[in-house]
Design a binder for this molecule. Sequence first.
Ligand code: DAH
Length: 360
Amino acid sequence: MNYEAFAAQLDHIQERATASLAGIDASDALAAWEREFLGGKGELTMLMRSLGGIEAGQRPDAGRRANEVKKGMTAAYSAKEAAIKFGGLTTRLAAEAVDVTLPGRKPNIGYAHPISLMIEELSEIFALMGFQTVFGPEVETTHYNFDLLNIPADHPARDVWDTMIVDTPSDAIVMRTHTSPMQARVMENTSPPVRVVVPGRTYRYEAQDASHEWMFHQLEGLAVDKTIRMSDLKGVLQELARQLFGPTRRIRFRCDFFPFVEPGVDFAVDCAICYGKGCRVCKGSGWLEMGGAGMVHPNVLRGVGIDPEVYTGFAFGLGVERMLMMRHGINDVRAFAANDLRFLAEFASFSAHAGRGSSV
Ligand code: DAH
């Protein structure tokens, strides 16, 4: 082949390649183009192989021109490759654009559980009367749950508390059936004067119904000092009733039996819904039962090394769920542990009021 024919073919390839490349806008078409012109069996490569047939004097010129064309086409290929990539990005950016002017989605804000709110409120009420809030173990020994509370082993009084026993060889470990064992624990660790309240979970082997749960909450109270009298108990519980249910509340004590107090009482508050006339919430009686109480039994004081001739004390136990049910007219205790957000959300405003509420 002579130089002129070689140059003409070179121009021809370059023209067709340039025209063909202009119409390409996808990477598979670009790969095909590359194979057709620049690849090992591409037109340009084949033509360059024929360089050897050109007359020696003209061969360097022909080689230089061919290399220039190859360089140009390779550059055009790279430019197109980048354009395709970048073009894809532009399309994607357009498709995935975020409209920042749209209003945002509100995050779900959590709030404290009504039981937690009630315990907090009770702690505050009692703090103002000088009671410290302390917590105790939910898994207890029978020593604290019964023995030290003047409820001896094999005594029928134990039957009052349907107990969940932890499976150990001695059967001496139980889920605490009440918060009262903390009375003994606190007295063992502090010397009088003692004023504490103990909120927390308690457990009973119980068939569930609208007023019974196998897990519920109590708040225990204990005051021990040299001059504690029944009237102190009455004053404290009267103040509690007023703080919880309104300033005109009256309370009622009736004789009751609990092995760890003597005398023992149950105490009630006059119904804040009907003012004692009788309604659905107080079941027509005019009174709402709040819990048990009494003067700490001498045997209990003796059991923890406190001399009942020198010191006296009062104790009480409240059902936390009961307080909420009475105040809000809730008729099923199971609502508290059912985790139904429609129920729990009813208390959101109380939570906000108490300054509580966190993101969940
Ligand atoms: N521990 C009792 C119960 O769960 C409630 C109780 C009654 C607590 C009288 C007391 C009390 O502190 O004095 O049934």
